[in-house]
Every structure is written in C-alpha cells, then in structure tokens.
Write a protein of this length. Sequence first.
Length: 140
Amino acid sequence: MSSQESRPLVGVGIVLVQEGKVLLAKRQGSHGDNTWASAGGHLEFGETLEDCARREVLEEFGIYVDRMTFLCVSNIIAYDRHYLDFEFLGDIGSQVPKIQEKDSFTSLQWFPLTDLPKPLFEPIRIAIDSLITGQSYFPQ
C-alpha cells in the first residue's frame, strides 16, 4: 500500500435514519469516489468526536444534529488509506438536508435499510452493519 499518510487518520461519521430509511449521498472527487456515504470527515485538533460529527453534517448537508449516540468504531484500510473510524447515530428531527458541498457529493437521497444502493463507502457499510447487528467494534 502506498498510503498518502504515514499513520492512520481519524475519521468521524454520522448515520441518519428516519422511518426505516438512511440518508446517503454519492461521493465525488475524493477517495471512495462514486460510492454512497453519510456525512463525515477528519477529526480536527482539539475537537471532540461528537463535535466533529456535528460539524461535518452541518458543512455537508446543512443540518444540525442535537442528539446522537455512539454506533461503532472500526479499523479501515481501504482506498489506499488507513483510518480509525468512529460512527454515530444522529437525530435531525424534521430538518430537510441539502447538499452544501457540491464538489464532494452529486446526489442525496433517503434509502430503505432493506434496499441500499451500491457501492457503499466502506465506513457507512460498516456503520449500517453495526446498526443492524449491534456489533460496535470492527477490527478490519
């Protein structure tokens, strides 16, 4: 592997589920290009995991997450990168998400948990598996 980083990065994501549907956006212009993902990104210096998740969903989808719960942590080596990834389950109430970063996403849709699009971005694939199985740690 010829990773761009010499050490693993810390990624944080948030899964948004309402009425049995999960909010997913199609990625573009970065690793995992053309896969379906949730909001997420890199943990910044001095930031809590929860604040990172809230910041990412606000930056990417223009919505605020008040309540969230820990979902899972995983060690992901994919897309020529290595991440320690933390995922949360968040509640957005009646807010309407919209793509804010048009250079990062091409589509935003709610999908039934029983009929997900393919391919899924690896962190969201693991997070949805966690949501379904209750497993909270994925070593790789």
